[in-house]
Ligand binder design. Structure first.
Ligand SMILES: *[C@@H]1O[C@H](CO)[C@@H](O)[C@H](O)[C@H]1NC(C)=O
Ligand SMILES: *[C@@H]1O[C@H](CO)[C@@H](O)[C@H](O)[C@H]1NC(C)=O
Ligand SMILES: *[C@@H]1O[C@H](CO)[C@@H](O)[C@H](O)[C@H]1NC(C)=O
Ligand SMILES: *[C@@H]1O[C@H](CO)[C@@H](O)[C@H](O)[C@H]1NC(C)=O
Ligand SMILES: *[C@@H]1O[C@H](CO)[C@@H](O)[C@H](O)[C@H]1NC(C)=O
Length: 398
């Protein structure tokens, strides 16, 4: 209730205030840009591809083939690093800060071929071969389908395009969840992964503290009502306007911060508050109600399960069994390195502890005491705490 109230009042306040602030202060130009524009704004080569999944979704896949240092620009052997965003975010996660503090640019400058995926339903992946975007059928998906179709399609595409047989995978939040599922259920994709870097990994969510999922859990019936019907928090042009035009204004800063906090958890000391307009205009990037419902089904459970379609008969149709099947991460053989934060509301340290004991090939693990969910993307010191170590591990595993 509190969350819905907050969102409502947020939108109402900004809606009415909007006209009054036409002559806004200057903002970071990236707040009004798409992924390609942000990449080229900072002087990097940008490429965009459409990937079609087996079930017809058209995903926006973005690439920074090399960096400004042009290390290995002409080499045919540039190693591929694939970046997969989390819940309600998009590929913009990796390029939202200055180049020296954004993983996408840092990896490109370190000589890697950087690819950034977008899960179905986010701002940049909202097309389908034959379904209309506003149809019920289009939105009838959760992270099950992102693991089963989106990830394999994107990885197969990259392998074909680059000729690289093996790639490095970096996931954040739900971007780790779908990797755990794909890599433990589809061996042919798992074999392609040299090292899986899991930032703020999420699997079972027995101890999760995030208000977003908790409220969805309490309001399951409402979510269910919308499920399979519509987008959840889509990033419309209107919201981009709110983020870019109004967040920089002092009196709205607190509201913008609270909104972000409600969704992901945050710590103002480790964020560059001058970039709030970029974060707010690019996020939330939307997903399906069914995906939120799926997460709320898992709340307070020790297990990670596929989406429960609501009745034994429907589950039988989808899974050939009356209950939703369990995902078991112990089946995953991929070398995995993880970083988690003790203040993370989504990836609770207790849940992470359970997950770590189930990863069979854990090659590195670090807990950062003051980190929350969003620091892994936007933290001011994330280069020193995490990204530098990722590059070190890549270099040791070539
Ligand atoms: C990135 O560059 C900005 C501006 O030059 C600087 O203030 C900041 O400290 C740098 N960040 C890192 C992580 O090096
Ligand atoms: C914070 O963001 C502002 C606005 O984009 C930028 O000018 C500044 O260099 C950034 N500071 C750091 C430490 O990255
Ligand atoms: C979580 O489950 C336990 C028992 O399995 C129950 O006692 C507890 O009330 C549940 N918590 C919530 C928030 O539903
Ligand atoms: C469905 O499950 C039954 C019994 O568990 C099994 O015999 C059958 O082969 C399964 N069908 C398919 C299509 O997997
Ligand atoms: C996962 O699989 C392993 C090995 O097959 C088994 O020991 C374990 O009990 C399974 N975990 C769950 C939660 O089913």
């Amino acid at each position: 209730m509190w969350y819905l109230f907050k969102v409502m009042s947020f939108i109402l306040t900004l809606g009415t205030a909007h006209g009054a602030f036409r002559y806004k202060r200057s903002v970071n130009p990236e707040a009004n840009m798409n992924i390609r524009q942000i990449i080229s704004y900072w002087g990097y080569p940008d490429e965009e591809y459409n990937v079609v999944t087996e079930d017809g979704y058209i995903l926006g896949l973005y690439r920074i083939p090399y960096g400004k240092t042009k290390i290995g620009k002409n080499s045919a052997q540039r190693l591929v690093v694939y970046l997969q965003h989390g819940l309600l975010t998009s590929a913009s996660s990796w390029i939202s800060n200055l180049p020296n503090n954004s993983l996408g640019f840092i990896l490109a400058d370190a000589g890697y071929d950087v690819w950034m995926g977008n899960s179905r339903g986010t701002t940049w992946s909202r097309k389908h071969m034959y379904l209309k975007t506003n149809s019920k059928e289009f939105w009838a998906f959760s992270f099950d389908e992102m693991a089963k179709y989106d990830l394999p399609a994107s990885i197969d595409f990259i392998v074909k395009q680059t000729g690289q047989e093996e790639i490095f995978y970096v996931g954040h939040s739900q971007g780790t969840t779908i990797a755990f599922i794909t890599f433990s259920t589809i061996p042919k994709i798992a074999e392609r992964i040299k090292v899986f870097f899991a930032l703020a990994p999420v699997f079972s969510i027995k101890y999760l503290r995030s208000p977003l999922i908790k409220i969805a859990y309490k309001w399951k019936s409402v979510i269910k009502f919308f499920s399979g019907n519509k987008a959840f928090l889509p990033n419309t042009a209107f919201k981009r306007l709110i983020g870019s035009k109004l967040c920089p204004l002092k009196i709205f800063r607190k509201t913008c911060r609270d909104f972000l906090f409600t969704l992901y958890g945050y710590d103002p000391k480790n964020l560059n508050m001058s970039r709030m307009d970029v974060y707010m205009s690019q996020n939330p990037a939307g997903t399906s109600f069914q995906n939120i419902l799926h997460w709320s089904q898992l709340f307070n459970s020790s297990y990670m399960k596929a989406f429960d379609w609501g009745s034994p008969a429907l589950n039988l149709i989808h899974y050939n069994q009356t209950t939703a099947p369990l995902y078991n991460v112990t089946n995953m053989k991929v070398s995995t390195a993880t970083w988690n934060g003790e203040n993370d509301l989504m990836a609770d340290p207790d849940d992470t502890g359970i997950l770590l004991s189930e990863i069979t090939n854990l090659i590195y693990h670090k807990t950062i005491s003051y980190y929350n969910h969003i620091d892994f993307l936007f933290g001011l010191d994330v280069y020193q705490q995490v990204y530098q170590e990722i590059i070190d591990i890549i270099q040791r595993n070539i």
